[in-house]
Design a protein. Structure first.
Length: 268
């Protein structure tokens, strides 16, 4: 089985989200940032930049995240590089289930619905990147951030935007805990290690379902749930699963999405 040669980390720092304690209280207006793309005034080159918007975070019962899917990328087109759009699919179906956005299609058959939604995510990623995925190339975080924002904006009729954070390894437990409140979501960027050979495979995206204060992290990947701990080793940070049949994952970073409702616009 081949794995996705995936994403580079977002090379920018974003505003720090409120702590879990403050997120549990009444949501207050604050600054958020969304990723956009445009021509640089001097060079004329297309570049990514951040737009700051004032808004309030979208509220949700954090226990609802336990129902988040773990779809298997092998069930979707070009599975060798399909973990990025599959992680986005897990998140978007969860957004739909709890009313953040309207469903994209009306198919009663769930597997057909998820397949159509995957194709829509994939189509938008290809259009944004100017190229389709291949076995060797996946998606990058900038494109994922813009597509997530575009889909959520469209399906909320412009009421909801997506703020994106990128946090490089080594991750702290608090980085994962801060992803638990409300509709916050995200995926870890990891490199799996083959259990038989010890060889590092291609980079991969695993949806973050849950983190608890005891340090346990639950990931959605390959149609399964990986539960384990983050450990530091000489060669970096690793996710060590409880299940000995699951692969160890070398951690590169966390990409986090925070849905919010804009109130007033701000500068670029």
């Amino acid at each position: 089985m081949k794995f996705l040669l995936l994403v580079t980390l977002l090379a920018f720092a974003l505003t720090t989200p409120p702590s879990i304690a403050s997120a549990g209280r009444a949501l207050v207006e604050r600054d958020f940032q969304v990723v956009e793309q445009g021509k640089h005034k001097q060079s004329g080159e297309m570049r990514f930049y951040l737009r700051t918007l004032r808004g309030t975070e979208c509220a949700n019962n954090s226990l609802n995240r336990l129902s988040m899917l773990s779809e298997d990328q092998q069930n979707y087109p070009s599975p060798e590089s399909g973990c990025g759009p599959t992680a986005m699919l897990n998140i978007l179906v969860w957004y739909e289930k709890y009313g953040l956005v309207e469903p994209y299609y009306r198919d009663a058959e769930l597997s057909l619905y998820k397949y159509k939604l995957f194709r829509e995510i994939d189509r938008r990623l290809a259009k944004q990147a100017g190229m389709i995925r291949t076995e060797e190339t996946g998606i990058n975080n900038m494109d994922a951030a813009m597509v997530m924002d575009a889909i959520v904006r469209q399906r909320s009729k412009g009421e909801v935007h997506i703020h994106t954070d990128a946090i490089a390894a080594p991750l702290k437990l608090s980085d994962c805990l801060e992803t638990m409140p409300n509709f916050r979501s995200g995926y870890l960027i990891v490199t799996p290690k083959d259990r038989n050979t010890g060889k590092l495979l291609n980079d991969h995206a695993a949806t973050l379902i849950r983190a608890d204060r005891a340090g346990y992290i639950t990931l959605a990947t390959w149609g399964k749930r990986y539960r384990g701990l983050l450990k530091k080793r000489a060669d970096g940070q690793w996710f060590i699963p409880q299940d000995p049949t699951h692969m160890e994952l070398k951690v590169h970073g966390l990409t986090r999405f925070i849905p919010f409702r804009p109130t007033t616009g701000a500068g670029q």
